[in-house]
Design a binder for this molecule. Structure first.
Ligand code: AMP
Length: 223
């Protein structure tokens, strides 16, 4: 394994991007940059960004491109991302975001884009059972047998259902994924960066598939 990668992970909501990113970030020793996590932290802190984003997020909509591009440009300019690389989770989500990312990363281009494929019926089941730690973002799957209140095994924070994991917001997000994000698969395929990986099965089954897809590609060494 060569440490360092500049990776984008695409996939429907509930495809397991968050779970895989935590593992990949340890494996390649790079920061996991989740735009959803950045926005949720802003909502929690009540910053201007958080106030703007909360309603859009709860309805399952998309935060405007210019805001998102600014957030990501600032984050990947930080020393850890410049020197080791990064994993982008939840960005880009639209073609204009992808085009802006190409400009931002012109000097240190993206190595590989992994599309984690999980059918819509399966992600709907996964999202209904998804619970998340409010403090550290660790994902859990509810079985209905948990002791309430439910505390995170990693940090002791409250494990809750996301406010945008309602049936209505989930359907809106999945529809937006098809119309706005799915075109990115063709965008990156044309650019020769795309690897499609089967995201069905347990996280332990999926991780080696993703690592094999990344390691099978040439990577420009991180300086
Ligand atoms: P996620 O945790 O990736 O599912 O993101 C949660 C919510 O944050 C999304 O449903 C959007 O409202 C917003 N969001 C996150 N990333 C982006 C992005 N790249 N562009 C627009 N909105 C985003």
């Amino acid at each position: 394994m060569i440490p360092g990668v500049r990776l984008i992970l695409l996939g429907r909501q509930g495809a397991g991007k968050g779970t895989q990113c935590v593992r990949l970030s340890r494996h390649y020793v790079v920061p996991h940059i989740s735009t959803g996590d950045i926005l949720r932290a802003a909502v929690k802190e009540g910053t201007d960004l958080g106030l703007k984003a909360k309603e859009i997020m709860d309805e399952g909509g998309l935060v405007p491109d210019d805001i998102m591009i600014g957030i990501v440009a600032e984050r990947i300019a930080k020393p850890d991302a410049r020197s080791r690389g990064f994993i982008l989770d939840g960005f880009p989500r639209t073609v204009p975001q992808a085009e802006a990312l190409d400009e931002i990363t012109a000097e240190q281009p993206i190595d590989v884009v992994v599309d984690l494929e999980v059918p819509r019926e399966l992600v709907l089941q996964r999202l209904a059972a998804r619970r998340v730690c409010q403090d550290c973002g660790t994902n859990y799957t509810a079985t209905g047998r948990e002791k309430m209140p439910w505390f995170c095994d990693v940090c002791g924070g409250d494990v809750v259902q996301r406010t945008d994991d309602t049936e209505e917001a989930i359907n809106r997000r999945l529809d937006l994924y098809e119309s706005q994000t799915r075109p990115l698969i063709e965008y990156y395929d044309k650019g020769g960066l795309l690897e499609v990986v089967d995201g069905t099965g347990s996280p332990d089954e999926v991780t080696p598939r993703v690592v094999a897809a990344i390691d099978g590609r040439p990577r420009v060494p991180v300086p």
